[in-house]
Design a protein around this ligand. Structure first.
Ligand code: F6P
Length: 364
């Protein structure tokens, strides 16, 4: 018999379609066991300013499974170990507010914290676990870059959105005999670019795992022309980099943000293609479109399963673990292991081999 009576749930980091489905799964599975569920708002900051904590009931979460975003709100600037605050002189300083999180967690009478997040938020969960907060993590990221889990929810939706965009771009690119360069998200991993690029019939896919030679990408575009195809579609992961260059990041890192903001490589590639091939070339950044909207059925199911599994593991007495998808099951892996390393696209994976079989250029 579990001695759990009250659990908290929060969503941290960038949102991903399916977060509400996790909240739904957690709430219903906990309610069935007679536990109370409290929704903590805006990531870990909701455990500093506890005013907005709300009770989650089956009635409250009815209908949220199909909604994108998160009813709890989220932030990627809420690391309690390095919280940005302005001092009297208006300068930004960083505070360690983790003790207050632990105190508030205990004051609220919470037994376990379900932390839904990516590597950053799960890393914070791990540190809080070491300070005595019993935690169960749920992996979330559209980037699909967490090694401990076979898949994360949000990824399928992001790939579907990117693929739909590519489908639409073919006709306008063909009409103008242009090259269209599409920059997609994914941080330091090429999963979104690879899966959407193959599904959306791209001619070239540039991913962080394969530093590219721009001359080879341009040669591919010229080959298309010679073969009678007047247009080209190039998918570029935001973390892709040329062989002789580095990552392109955006200026002005925001205070409290753990990660640099990637972006700009698509435009760089487009300019190079235009200059070197003489082809009319345009670039676009799909950006947050990939994070928005209704989760696909695949993501909803996966997310609800993650939520229910988190509660099941809590009931089984598991703590300081992350729920991991290990088809056909869910597994509980130690948090330390879960945040240990990222999952890159293996260069010998079937998807990479498939792309090569189709003649898709990786610029290598
Ligand atoms: O990790 C998810 C992600 O969407 C990345 O693909 C992207 O680099 C980043 O978050 C964007 O962050 P923000 O929402 O802060 O612009």
């Amino acid at each position: 018999m579990s001695d759990v009576k009250r659990i908290g749930v929060l969503t941290g980091g960038g949102d991903a379609p399916g977060l509400n489905a996790v909240i739904y799964g957690v709430t219903l599975a906990a309610h069935r066991r007679g536990w109370e569920v409290y929704g903590i708002h805006t990531g870990y900051t909701g455990l500093l300013d506890t005013d907005k904590i709300t009770r989650l009931t089956p009635e409250r979460v009815t209908g949220i499974v199909s909604q994108g975003g998160t009813i709890l709100g989220t932030t990627n600037k809420g690391n309690p170990f390095k919280l940005p605050v302005k001092n009297a002189a208006g300068e930004m300083e960083y505070l360690d507010a983790s003790d207050r999180i632990v105190q508030n967690f205990r004051r609220l009478g919470l037994d376990v914290l379900v932390a839904v997040g990516g590597d950053g938020s799960l890393g914070i969960a791990h540190r809080l676990a070491q300070m005595g907060i019993p935690v169960v993590g749920v992996p979330k990221t559209i980037d699909n870059d967490l090694a401990a889990t076979v898949i994360t929810f949000g990824f399928d939706t992001a790939v579907s959105t990117a693929t739909e965009a590519l489908d639409k771009l073919h006709s306008t690119a063909a009409a103008h005999e242009r090259v269209l360069v599409v920059e997609v998200m994914g941080r330091y991993a090429g999963w979104i670019a690879l899966n959407a690029g193959i599904s959306g019939s791209a001619d070239a896919i540039l991913i962080p795992e394969i530093p590219f030679d721009i001359n080879k990408v341009c040669a591919k575009i010229s080959d298309l022309e010679l073969a009678g195809k007047g247009y080209g579609i190039v998918v570029v992961a935001e973390g892709a980099k040329p062989r002789d260059g580095g990552l392109i990041t955006r200026e002005g890192a925001e205070a409290g943000r753990q990660e640099v903001l990637l972006g700009g490589i698509g435009e760089w590639v487009a300019k190079q293609i235009a200059a070197r091939t003489g082809k009319d070339t345009r670039s676009l950044v799909l950006g947050h479109l990939q994070r928005g909207g209704t989760p696909t059925t695949f993501d909803r199911l996966l997310a609800v399963r993650f939520g229910a599994a988190a509660v099941r593991f809590i009931a089984e007495g598991k703590r300081n673990v992350m729920v991991a998808s290990r088809p056909p099951d869910m597994a509980a892996v130690p948090l330390a292991e879960a945040i240990d390393h990222m999952k890159s696209v293996p260069l010998d994976s079937d998807s990479v081999l498939t792309a090569r079989d189709l003649g898709i250029c990786f610029g290598d």
